[in-house]
Ligand binder design. Structure first.
Ligand SMILES: CC(C)(COP(=O)(O)OP(=O)(O)OC[C@H]1O[C@@H](n2cnc3c(N)ncnc32)[C@H](O)[C@@H]1OP(=O)(O)O)[C@@H](O)C(=O)NCCC(=O)NCCS
Length: 218
């Protein structure tokens, strides 16, 4: 089973069909909060919708065409992050993500994106990874900005969310920039995990906050 360790009982792992019910409950509980910035909530009506999403993700993984992984804290699903389709002719992809509202602001998504970047550049040998965020989505924009992505510019009215158009900010990181910024640290981390196939420890990122097991009433 594909997984990336994020440390502190936190991991990114591929979903399986048995996760559909739990993933749907999480989505449903966060529906209004996620609707602020994500366009697909009206399509997620029941556990069957979540099962369809999981099947699609597993197929994309099997086809070597990206994947959506679950963010799991102490065996509990708290979010999703992954690569949209991979364009292998240009060796590029985009990252997408969302998190349970209760777990926001602890650096969890920054860690998850950091792990995906390491995997994308070090294992998949991609050349460019992009993140797009609606201009007003400050919490999402803070992630690529914090990880040192270049701001590429604003695409006007790029996203239509429930009938309203929003401008969108593009951020990207190139493999050469990633190596220069994080290379030594990531290579050390990868070699210490080389015996675990496809398991990448990202270590602690400098500004990352540690998720607490007692968070959110746990
Ligand atoms: C965007 C999202 C994934 C962030 O997850 P997270 O785990 O809370 O993110 P992190 O804690 O790693 O980092 C968030 C950063 O945004 C900052 N932030 C949070 N809310 C903010 C706000 N309203 N204004 C400005 N910055 C904000 C945090 O302070 C933090 O930066 P810092 O640590 O440098 O201070 C989460 O808020 C979410 O799921 N939102 C709804 C779905 C969504 O927008 N998905 C992305 C679509 S592009």
């Amino acid at each position: 089973m594909f997984s990336l360790s994020l440390g502190e009982s936190l991991e990114l792992r591929l979903p399986h069909e048995n996760d559909a019910q739990e993933l749907f409950k999480l989505t449903d509980r966060n529906r209004e909060y996620l609707k602020r910035w994500l366009p697909w909530l009206d399509l997620t009506k029941d556990a069957e919708s979540s099962r369809g999403f999981i099947k699609q993700s597993l197929k994309r993984f099997a086809d070597n065409n990206g994947f959506d992984a679950l963010i799991v804290l102490e065996r509990k699903i708290i979010g999703v992050a992954g690569f949209h389709q991979i364009d292998w002719s240009h060796k590029r992809t985009e990252i997408g993500y969302w998190l349970d509202e209760l777990y926001q602001g602890r650096g969890i998504m920054t860690r998850a994106v950091n792990a995906l970047m390491t995997y994308g550049f070090e294992e998949l040998k991609l050349n460019a990874i992009r993140i797009r965020c609606a201009t007003g989505n400050a919490a999402s924009r803070a992630i690529p900005e914090r990880l040192g992505f270049a701001h590429e510019g604003t695409a006007r009215q790029w996203e239509c969310l429930y009938g309203v158009y929003h401008d969108s900010e593009g951020y990207s990181m190139l493999a050469s920039e990633w190596k220069e910024r994080y290379g030594q640290k990531q290579r050390k981390s990868l070699s210490s995990n080389s015996s675990k196939k496809r398991k990448v420890s990202t270590g602690k990122i400098a500004t990352g906050k540690v998720p607490r097991s007692r968070a959110a009433g746990k």
